[in-house]
Design a protein around this ligand. Structure first.
Ligand code: NAP
Length: 294
């Protein structure tokens, strides 16, 4: 059987991809390679018979060794956002290493519409997609929509005050759960669609802030009013709350991107890969109620 490698295997998405490879797609553990910066954190996966390899995107030579003998590699984008340009360099190292190691197919976790996105880190994703295409490697690009899960970072606080300050205006976004992104990535890694494909993984509903707030409020059993502000006001509020500059830039740019309509797309790509409908935002919040009101 072909060996399938997942980078970032100790991250939340990476761990979920491996779980879906094992449980949903039923790939034998012996055919899975889990790659991470720190293999000591993969002991639980190694105990299942999964091979653990060290893979740090800042070390291209080490990556080439890690990817050797592997048929397909899922490159999970990193969380290096603080230093401009660093993440694209990391991803380029991974693409180069896959090429040098003779990997036959790469998959990459990108974002929707990176070419016109206003999100501060969109150039990393666009640049990585371009590097993959320029490499000549066979590929599947998985443009993951904004996770449902992201709301668990802000909504518990918003619910405490009963207000959600947002600069998304009337813009809509078709969120998807992290777990569904992992499910789709596992399916594509095990059975890549034919040819070079760029797929966008979204939920089945595109919702504006009022619709999202109503769903959150119902799941939490607490009121939540939407307060529309402009981008400058939103950024000033986040800076005053002590968020680091690059986080303020990222979150404000994400709202601007929603307002501009660049996250307002619903595709059937998740269903085509997995044969099922994505989890709705409502079902996600019902399942995560404890985290929402915690
Ligand atoms: N669509 C969305 O809404 C959304 C939200 C959050 C994040 N993301 C993106 O999707 C990725 C996965 O999401 P997540 O929820 O799993 O995030 P996470 O739990 O924060 O994981 C961060 C990931 O980055 C990897 N990483 C960091 N530095 C690395 C390096 N030098 N070399 C190789 N890997 C490195 C980590 O791998 P190891 O620790 O195993 O080395 C880990 O897999 C994130 O890194 C980010 O690019 C998307």
């Amino acid at each position: 059987m072909a060996k399938l490698l997942v980078t970032g295997a100790n991250g939340q998405l990476g761990r979920a991809v491996i779980r879906h490879l094992l449980e949903t797609v039923q790939v034998p553990a012996a055919d899975i390679v889990a790659a991470s910066r720190d293999t000591s954190k993969l002991a639980d996966l190694a105990a299942l018979g999964i091979e653990a390899r060290k893979a740090d995107f800042t070390d291209e030579a080490g990556l080439e060794a890690a990817f050797t003998g592997v048929e397909r590699v899922l490159i999970i984008s990193t969380d290096e956002l603080a230093v401009p340009g660093a993440r694209l360099q990391q991803h380029s190292n991974a693409v180069n290493a896959a090429k040098k190691a003779g990997v036959s197919h790469v998959l990459y976790t990108s974002m929707p519409n990176p070419d016109k996105s206003l999100v501060s880190f969109a150039p990393d994703h666009l640049g990585t997609e371009e590097a993959i295409k320029a490499s000549g490697l066979s590929y599947t690009i998985l443009r993951n929509a904004w996770y449902h899960d992201n709301y668990l970072m802000s909504m518990p606080h918003n619910l405490e005050g009963g207000k959600w300050f947002t600069a998304t205006g009337e813009g809509k976004v078709a969120n998807i759960s992290r777990d569904d992104c992992a499910r789709a990535a596992a399916a594509a890694l095990a059975n890549p669609p034919a040819g070079n494909q760029t797929l966008t993984l979204t939920g089945s509903q595109s919702l504006n802030a009022d619709q999202i707030a109503a769903i959150v409020s119902k799941a939490a059993g607490k009121p939540l009013d939407v307060v529309q502000v402009n981008g400058e006001q939103l950024a000033a509020g986040m800076a005053a709350a002590g968020l680091p500059d690059f986080v303020v830039r990222m979150l404000a740019s994400a709202d601007a991107n929603v307002a501009a309509g660049n996250f307002d797309l619903v595709t059937g790509d998740f269903k085509a890969l997995t044969g099922r409908d994505p989890q709705s935002l409502q079902a996600f919040f019902e399942e995560s109620r404890a985290a929402l009101v915690g």
